[in-house]
Design a protein around this ligand. Structure first.
Ligand code: GUN
Length: 277
């Protein structure tokens, strides 16, 4: 079974649009982008387009690549204090001259729709999440939509990044999976991966996961965005070789990617509702 993230995201965005209409609220998202990185520019444009589609207002603040940390913090404090802004998203990565940790810490946790603030990461790991990072939360939505059982299952996450691997493990744990996190220093990664009922790969290496790493019937979730030797977009998983072993698998593109933006929209609506509580 192919897990069609594009279709799930379309469905969720339509549902969200209706929910926003019915709520009478007008949620607003502010994005902050520092520098001219073409991929970041494209992602931010896609986020604003999604906002427009579902009835979320959005503003975009562009800062030059040589902006100081202090300048970025100044912008965030202003957005924190702006009652018309519900969600704040600082596009990553930031240029090397900007202190990413200080920037993430500056975003008000109740406007942190990316779920990167230590307060939100802590809440997620304590089993009482407010905002979870969009990519792993989007993966949970795919698993939910396709009714893939999680409780009591063995989940293996490859990658321990703060925006995907770690929060993914926490979300799966909160859903009662038994979770293993693998990384570059893991002793026998193949063996660990082969134990997974749910295998999530977020390593950023083309064709890293082959059929010898996948248990028959496992759900395989591919977070990678890589290019193969011909320059073609591909994930971490050798899709053609793994699809016959896996019970369910996300393609790249059209799998996890579209869910990230749909989840950002859901988080922004959640932020808007928080303020009316
Ligand atoms: N850069 C790549 N993915 C993301 C994301 O999910 N959020 C932000 N803010 N920046 C990113």
């Amino acid at each position: 079974m192919i897990l069609d993230g594009k279709a799930v995201s379309e469905k969720r965005l339509e549902l969200l649009k209706e929910m926003i209409e019915e709520s009478g609220l007008y949620p607003r998202l502010a994005t902050v982008i520092v520098g001219e990185d073409p991929a970041s520019q494209m992602y931010v444009r896609m986020k604003h387009r999604a906002c427009e589609r579902v009835g979320i207002g959005s503003i975009r603040i562009d800062l030059p690549a040589d902006a100081s940390t202090e300048r970025v913090l100044e912008v965030i404090v202003k957005l924190n204090n702006d009652p018309d802004i519900n969600g704040i998203l600082v596009q990553m990565p930031l240029p090397p001259g900007v202190d990413t940790g200080r920037v993430i810490n500056a975003v008000a946790p109740n406007k942190d729709v990316d779920g990167f603030h230590p307060c939100n990461i802590g809440r997620l790991f304590s089993g009482d999440p407010l905002f979870a990072p969009c990519t792993p939360q989007g993966i949970m939505t795919i698993l939910e939509e396709y009714r893939i059982p999680i409780a009591g299952k063995h989940a293996v996450v490859i990658g321990r990044s703060i925006d995907v691997g770690r929060p993914m493990a926490a979300l799966l744990l909160n859903a009662d999976a038994t979770v293993t996190i693998c990384h570059s220093k893991t002793g026998d990664l193949k063996e660990e991966a082969r134990r997974a009922d749910i295998l999530v790969s977020a390593v950023g290496k083309a064709k890293f996961v082959g059929p010898d790493m996948v248990k028959e019937g496992a759900a395989v979730i591919d977070v990678g965005i890589n290019h193969d030797e011909d320059g073609k977009l591909c994930g971490d998983v050798d899709f053609e070789a793994v699809k016959d072993v896996a019970g369910a698998i996300t393609p790249v593109p059209g799998g996890v990617g579209p869910m990230t933006i749909a989840t950002l929209m859901e988080n922004t609506f959640k932020a808007a509702r928080l303020e009316t509580c």
